[in-house]
Write a protein that binds this ligand. Sequence first.
Ligand SMILES: [Zn+2]
Length: 370
Amino acid sequence: MNEIELLRRMIGFNTESKESNIALSEFLTQELKKIGFRTEMTEYELEGVKKANVYGIKGPDNPGIVLSGHMDTVPATGGWTANPFSAETKAGRIYGLGAADMKGPIAAMITAAEQAGGLEKSVEIALTFNEETHFEGVKKILDSGVLKGDYVILGEPTQLQPVRASKGFASAVVELYGTAGHSSNPKSGISAIGASQVFMNYLEGLFNRIKCKENPDFQPPYATFNIGKIQSGTAVNLVPDYCKLEMEFRPLPGQPQDLITEGILKILDTLKDFKTCRDYKFEITDSAQGFELEADDKVLQKAIDITGKDASTVSYCTEASCYTPVGKKCIVLGPGSIEQAHKPDEYIEISQMQKGVEIYRRAIERLCGK
Ligand SMILES: [Zn+2]
């Protein structure tokens, strides 16, 4: 099976994060076995849904590189003009949910591992579940201790440009409590909307200080924040007693998340002390670290050489957030474009798939060969 047939078969399995990925895991385990991998498929149950990671190793026992990918996809939202699972091919593109993010890159990795010769070190493949939600799959595979190689190539779609760093991510919810009252006498209550206004001003100040640290490798070169959702109020003549703000932050790699959480807690304590609000709740709902590989890293240099493209950085999170804290070095590199990910009519160009196989094969041979 070549990379195109493999991808088309993979698209046929619905592996939206909320669905089971057992059938795709079984299929890929068989495919890896056929091309000489020793495999392990490990099953889990998460909120009543069966999930699996697939691990494979090929070649001598001497650790080489790990090729890593996630089998799950985001949900197929409205707007698809084709069936998201039918792998329709037209005008040099394969359409399907996960075509670029990242069933295409996985198919290219597997085909490259089949073609690569002269291995003196092992090639490992780590295929995970729930990357699009909370990284549970990669965390489990790391906990299992099965991975031997120190370098991980993550096949997210980067148009085959090596990516050596990404920003981190955190989302948070702030709930402000006031006291209800009538608008004819605003002092009879404590306005939670008023408190949110003061909170946002302080938050802006906090971020202006955090933004002073710049890293020119990123676009924009500083940490960002965004308040994406506010809920409050019931009527114009009532002082609102509750306001909920949902926000996200993207710190630079190496910028500790505590800098933000402690700063926010200090603001909220001040608001409470000065009775701008009656009380508050604060929760970090999700977070992932950024990562950064040194620009002169020897494996990165080889990746630059093989692809003929300079290393870049991205502002979205990948499983590198989980690999780097345990000492693995990561390069994100894959065919296809992130522009097509998480959108209706997702596709990958066949030419990118073919180039992807070629680049992965050369990377395996350079990093696991003599
Ligand atoms: Zn992805």
